[in-house]
Design a protein around this ligand. Structure first.
Ligand code: FES
Ligand SMILES: [Fe+2]
Length: 440
């Protein structure tokens, strides 16, 4: 259990809060590239409690700036994108890419008022289908040499979805290896051949055993957590009672992402990005070590579960996530369909907009959650005290960033005493066979 004050510290995301200031030291996914693929490439972005407008200018460069005009607050998402910036349609004030007001056509000739008006404009960077933004002060950290960034565009599919809850509870479900045996339990195994693009539906590596069976029949994983240069490696070992063990490697990527195996050929790197204190987006990069990603199939699977332009899930708290009592008895543990994303969404949203951690009771399986909260607090203290930002996890320069690779996310089954060699071998094999340079 924690005090209300400590829970607020961990969960609030606005500028000037300890958590918000720490999160601003990192690149955050702001939008999908596909959102700007329209006649008028301007979209609203709500990020870390800030209301912003993202657009492509005349030269096709991305610009992210305050959404509300500093004159009388009109919505710049309806602005006129012109050479040299964007113009508010209310009274014609114009702003350049840096956010500087350059024209106020209704003011008297010779007025210099515009010189003193500047709105926030933030650096953005595009990588494999996601547009990242840096809302912090000082130099942003470099992008690490993660697989999801190294892989060519053909081997990465990106998507996002809205969850109506605080970002931290959304992240914490991803660093909790025990829940998969319950929340995502399938009471029957389907044919793993139909598993493309779905999680936990392949066979466990090097075996004929469907992952659904491993998770269902062995619900007490031994969990090991290791500190790494990007965050944490989380190892879940399931002793299969026949001399062999299932090992599953997942990762926490500081501060708000995870990298996990999806199938034998794909991993998922997923950021849980605060929109504000009570809402967040997951942004995922599905990265393939095998075939190029079938983006059409992957997108169709996900689009049919969401409404645009918000990427809001069709199953949500207003329709009980499609809960069905009969299904809960016969098919799934939750009764909420076969899409495991919906299960996670229910688990996180049902806690309330911000989980009341003054009432929680953490168990042995919450090891990684406990360690991650410690790391968050440590990072928040460094930022609050104006300390050396190179002490923050993953806050690295370009040289150092080249060395931060992977993270390895893999499933394997091996003789119990060889589990450590087994995941290394399994990962090395697929990297060696990979079309793009996936060497570690
Ligand atoms: S509100 Fe934007 S120019 Fe007046
Ligand atoms: Fe889950």
């Amino acid at each position: 259990m924690m005090s209300q004050e400590k829970n607020d510290e961990l969960t609030r995301v606005g500028a000037g809060t300890p958590g918000g200031d720490m999160l601003r030291q990192y690149w955050m996914p702001a939008a999908l590239t596909e959102e700007l693929e329209q006649d008028r490439p301007v979209v609203p972005v709500n990020l870390l409690g800030e209301k912003l407008a993202l657009f492509r200018n005349e030269n096709d460069e991305l610009v992210l700036m305050d959404r509300h005009c500093p004159h009388r607050g009109a919505d710049m998402c309806f602005g006129r994108v012109e050479e040299g910036g964007i113009r508010c349609p209310f009274h014609g004030w114009k702003f350049d890419e840096s956010g500087q007001c350059t024209e106020q056509p209704g003011e008297p000739n010779g007025s210099t008022m515009h010189k003193n008006i500047k709105i926030n404009s933030y650096p953005v960077k595009e990588a494999n289908g996601i547009i990242f933004a840096y809302l912090g002060s000082g130099e942003p950290p470099a992008f690490p040499a993660f697989d999801c960034f190294n892989a060519p565009e053909s081997h990465v599919f990106s998507f996002k979805g809205l969850w109506e809850c605080n970002w931290l509870q959304a992240l914490e479900v991803g660093i909790d290896p025990a829940h998969a045996s319950f929340l995502h339990r399938f009471l029957q195994d389907e044919d793993p051949k139909d598993s493309y693009g779905k999680q936990f539906r392949d066979t466990a590596a090097d075996s004929e055993m469907p992952m659904t069976k491993v998770l269902r029949e062995f619900p007490q994983p031994e969990i090991k957590v290791e500190d790494t240069d990007y965050g944490m490696r989380i190892i879940a070992l399931r002793d299969l009672n026949n001399g062999s063990s299932h090992v599953r490697l997942t990762n926490q990527v500081f501060p708000c992402a995870i990298t996990i195996p999806m199938s034998n050929e794909m991993t998922i790197t997923q950021w849980h990005v605060p929109i504000d204190d009570e809402n967040c987006y997951w942004f995922s990069m599905f990265t393939s070590f095998g075939q190029p990603v079938d983006k059409e199939t992957m997108r169709a699977q996900r689009i049919k579960e969401h409404t645009l332009p918000e990427y809001a899930p069709i199953r949500n708290k207003r329709n009980d996530y499609g809960y069905n009592r009969e299904e809960q008895e016969t098919l799934t543990y939750t009764g909420m369909g076969l899409d495991i994303n919906v299960h996670d969404q229910w688990a996180c949203e049902s806690m309330g907009p911000i989980q009341d951690r003054t009432n929680e009771h953490l168990g042995t399986t919450d090891k990684a959650i406990i360690q991650h909260r410690r790391k968050l607090r440590k990072a928040m203290a460094i930022v609050a005290e104006g300390g050396d930002r190179s002490q923050l996890p993953l806050h690295v320069d370009a040289e150092k960033a080249k060395e931060i690779k992977g993270p390895i996310a893999v499933d394997a089954i091996a003789p119990s005493e060889q589990w450590e060699e087994a995941w290394k071998e399994r990962d090395a094999q697929r990297r060696a066979a990979c079309e793009w340079d996936a060497k570690l």
